[in-house]
Write a protein that binds this ligand. Structure first.
Ligand SMILES: Nc1ncnc2c1ncn2[C@@H]1O[C@H](COP(=O)(O)OP(=O)(O)OP(=O)(O)O)[C@@H](O)[C@H]1O
Length: 195
């Protein structure tokens, strides 16, 4: 069924940020939204998450769906370890299970964060935090994953590792990713929507 966005409008202080924006986000596919800076990508993202209200327009297909998001700012708990941040979003006992911890360790290794699981987030670099935020979202339960520039601040080699890792996890899932880089969209095999 996917997500249908129809005639979305948003104006800030007389500035039209979204002007009758329409899009189809297919189910089970990665879609990348691309546009230059300041064109309203984050505004759209916030509206989809229900954090901002559109002036008009309709969004269908998000009713009763579990959404997860990675924001431009990482929103991690700085005093907790990377591993604890990732476990935090798990309900019940799952986060403490040996199987889950093993998965997290494998994920950290795959994105170039070997031996970082036990380090406090405040000790990590911006690019390292980005990857922890991404892993936290990926390992949570979700129907739709929204990512706002998830690969920002990563060098080419690291970005390639992360892209390869997430591509596996995004297979047949509904992911909406905001990016400036066509290369990233192509690496994800994504449908591209220009804003
Ligand atoms: N809460 C707000 N109040 C007033 N103006 C806002 C607000 N949020 C966003 N804007 C304006 O809306 C426009 C679009 O901002 P938005 O952050 O959605 O762009 P973006 O495409 O995500 O940019 P970037 O790629 O740089 O992150 C900008 O001109 C911004 O100043």
């Amino acid at each position: 069924m996917g997500i249908q966005i129809r005639n979305l409008c948003k104006t800030y202080n007389g500035q039209k940020v979204l002007d009758h924006f329409c899009a189809e986000i297919p189910e089970g596919v990665t879609t990348c939204i691309m546009a230059p800076s300041g064109k309203g990508k984050t505004t759209l993202f916030r509206i989809l998450l229900g954090l901002e209200e559109a002036d008009s327009g309709v969004i269908k297909g998000l009713e009763n769906r579990q959404l997860r998001a990675v924001f431009q700012e990482d929103r991690l708990c700085e005093n907790l370890t990377a591993e604890a941040n990732i476990r935090l979003v798990q309900k019940g006992k799952k986060g403490k299970s040996q199987e889950f911890l093993q998965q997290v360790e494998e994920g950290l290794l795959a994105v170039g964060l070997k031996d970082c699981g036990k380090r406090q987030v405040k000790e990590l670099s911006g690019g390292m935090k980005r990857r922890v935020a991404l892993l936290r979202a990926i390992y949570a339960d979700w129907d739709v994953l929204l990512l706002d520039e998830p690969f920002k601040g990563l060098d080419r080699e690291t970005r390639e590792c992360v892209l390869a890792f997430v591509q596996e996890r995004f297979r047949e899932k509904t992911v909406l990713c905001i990016t400036h880089e066509r290369e990233e969209a192509e690496a994800l095999g994504a449908k591209i929507i220009a804003l």
